[in-house]
Design a protein around this ligand. Structure first.
Ligand code: ZN
Length: 318
């Protein structure tokens, strides 16, 4: 309980950074509109929408050092401490691993080499090893990496992707589950993945979707997510980095399996309307409109109903 309180307080504390103005990672433009001024905890965080391609990102962008400091001091209380997942978290991780394995199935050959970038506690890598694949992970969080080794017995490099030692053309399938939105240059990361993959290899990427009219507007932005993709901007990012779309899985997040192309497509900007679509979206789905709608109250009633149901269950059990 006390741990939870400390963790909540750390999350809500403001992380101060100066940042720098960068060109859009996708299209190179410097023309942008401000679409957010606060993060989900009410702290100042400026988010911009690129006029050239519709990419949404933190601007000014925190520097490498500022990002590194954030992870060391603020992110995941377990960054330095021992990591012990709860039974619930383990069950969720197990289910997640099984469904991710299904998602990459079209790219799996017997004995394929699978690399999970941002492998966290290593459950997916463990799951794939159990299925007979040659799997490994990259995880910069030392506590998670340590847990992966001791509890899951997997091969994991405790480092950032820029410093990982992976031979070019050595991997069949790369997975990146909710990690690409944390990278300062998603294009550089995907180009590196492209290099690590064998011809005919694939990458599976899952990222939160910033275009979600059902979501609470104030909960959109988070310091750690320096990019906020839509399905379209993720596809364009992959095209530009030398991939083509294979499977597009439904869900609240964007979950897509891309195959490596030998020659990148020249025209990657296949969705020219993303800027206009998002401009309208951010102007329409505002906090003011949200609180004047029935949505938050319907959600509250639903939650109270669930709580009531749980209490009846507990009473019945005692
Ligand atoms: Zn752009």
């Amino acid at each position: 309980m006390l741990q939870d309180l400390i963790s909540t307080f750390t999350r809500m504390k403001r992380y101060k950074f100066t940042g720098e103005t960068i060109h859009c990672d996708l299209c190179g433009s410097v023309e942008r509109d401000i679409v957010g001024r606060r993060d989900r905890y009410g702290n100042p965080l400026q988010t911009c929408l690129c006029r050239g391609c519709g990419l949404v990102f933190t601007s000014p962008m925190p520097t490498d050092l500022e990002v590194d400091n954030f992870y060391r001091r603020f992110y995941r209380k377990s960054y330095h401490n021992a990591y012990k997942p709860t039974a619930k978290a383990l069950l969720r991780a197990e289910r997640g691993a099984a469904s991710r394995c299904e998602a990459v199935r079209p790219a799996l050959k017997p004995g394929a080499r699978v690399l999970d970038v941002g492998s966290a506690s290593g459950n997916f890598v463990r799951f794939m090893a159990d299925q007979g694949y040659d799997s490994m992970g990259i995880e910069p969080n030392r506590a998670f990496a340590e847990y992966s080794r001791t509890e899951n017995g997997i091969n994991v490099q405790a480092t950032i992707w820029q410093e990982a030692e992976i031979e070019d053309g050595s991997i069949d399938v790369i997975t990146a589950n909710h990690v690409v939105e944390h990278f300062r240059s998603p294009v550089a990361a995907l180009k590196t993945f492209h290099r690590w993959l064998k011809p005919g290899g694939a990458v599976y990427i899952s990222v939160p979707n910033v275009y979600n009219p059902d979501r609470t507007p104030y909960g959109r932005f988070h310091f750690a997510h320096v990019y906020n993709f839509t399905r379209e901007t993720l596809i364009m990012l992959a095209l530009k980095s030398g991939f083509e779309m294979s499977e597009d899985y439904p869900g609240d997040s964007t979950n897509i399996l891309f195959f490596r192309r030998d020659v990148p497509v020249e025209n990657w900007q296949i969705y020219p309307d993303v800027y206009t679509k998002l401009k309208t979206y951010f102007a329409t789905y505002t906090n003011r409109r949200y609180f004047f709608s029935a949505k938050p109250y319907a959600r509250w009633v639903q939650r109270m109903g669930k709580l009531g149901g749980d209490m009846i269950k507990v009473k019945g059990a005692s």
